[in-house]
Ligand binder design. Structure first.
Ligand SMILES: Cc1cc2nc3c(=O)[nH]c(=O)nc-3n(C[C@H](O)[C@H](O)[C@H](O)COP(=O)(O)O)c2cc1C
Length: 273
């Protein structure tokens, strides 16, 4: 159960911790330091906003589930112009260098991704990182097996994608599924937490956005995920824990191409009220 530790010497009684608590479970008794209301600790979702808001660092949330690592403080100070350029230049990468990414680098990337928002701060997303490129090729070959099994059928997937080209390409060493990327990052979660699907897509989006700042490229594995949903041998090979499902995935590697300018996009479709 979480506990609040208050440094009474530096608490200014400003009340920002109580005001910032999304569940209203921190009270500030007259002249005293902040504390949980009765039963509050049971309902604390460990979002840490009380701690993050405190101007003097007087309040600390303690819970054995929390990673104690602390990071440099400071306001998010990137200007819209720079951020806009960065986001507009992010691309789906479909050509990769034959070079593995050090696990420590992937770890640094995932250390950013774990700060993505999750419903009720439940943090239900788990990761399966296929770091071994040979293993990724083995799994991709299973996607091709699935394609062969539906090729020529009335499956909507077979109608939408050019399966003969994809299957033939694979046989000749061209990978239209994972683009010969060295790695694949799969986000999975318990299937009985409906919001976990949204959480996983948000976390993958953070990964997708953060990767270029490490010099890395990504591409969403929509076809791979479709095959996971449809092909039992591939699901079996992933060997996720019982009651867990793969939600979506991204291939990851060092890009072998660089884009010179953003492509054009549709205007934003907005209704103002
Ligand atoms: C949910 C999702 C699934 C995708 N699946 C694939 C895929 O299986 N293969 C692929 O090459 N690109 C895939 N993409 C990439 C899209 O084709 C790409 O985002 C789109 O063409 C826009 O290009 P950009 O990402 O460079 O802006 C996927 C993207 C999303 C968001």
């Amino acid at each position: 159960m979480p506990k609040l530790t208050i440094n009474e010497k530096i608490c200014t009684h400003c009340g920002l911790c109580a005001k910032g608590c999304p569940y209203g479970i921190i009270s500030l008794p007259d002249g005293a330091v902040p504390c949980y209301i009765a039963g509050g600790s049971d309902r604390c979702i460990l979002c840490g906003h009380c701690e993050a808001l405190c101007p003097t660092g007087a309040i600390v949330v303690n819970d054995p589930r929390l990673d104690p690592t602390t990071y440099e403080s400071g306001l998010a100070d990137i200007e819209p112009e720079r951020l806009g350029r960065y986001l507009r230049m992010r691309r789906s990468i479909r050509r990769y260098r034959e070079e593995s990414i050090d696990k420590a680098v992937v770890g640094d990337l995932m250390d950013i991704v774990r700060f993505a928002p999750t419903g009720g701060n439940r943090q239900p997303v788990r990761w399966l990182i296929i770091h071994d490129t040979q293993e990724l090729r083995r799994l991709t070959a299973m996607v091709v097996d699935w394609m062969r099994s539906i090729s020529g059928s009335d499956s909507p997937f077979a109608a939408r994608f050019n399966l003969p080209v994809m299957i033939g390409g694979w046989e000749e060493g061209r990978d239209y599924i994972c683009w010969n990327a060295p790695h694949l990052v799969i986000a999975y979660a318990r299937e009985d937490i409906p919001v976990a699907r949204t959480d996983a897509v948000i976390a993958l989006t953070h990964l997708d956005i953060a990767a270029p700042s490490f010099g890395l490229g990504t591409c969403w594995g929509g076809i791979f995920q479709h095959a996971v949903n449809s092909w039992e041998p591939l699901r079996g090979a992933l060997n996720l824990p019982p009651e867990h499902v793969s939600i979506h995935c991204l291939v990851l590697g060092y890009p072998a191409i660089s884009y010179q300018r953003p492509p054009k996009r549709n205007p934003a479709s907005i209704v103002w009220r």
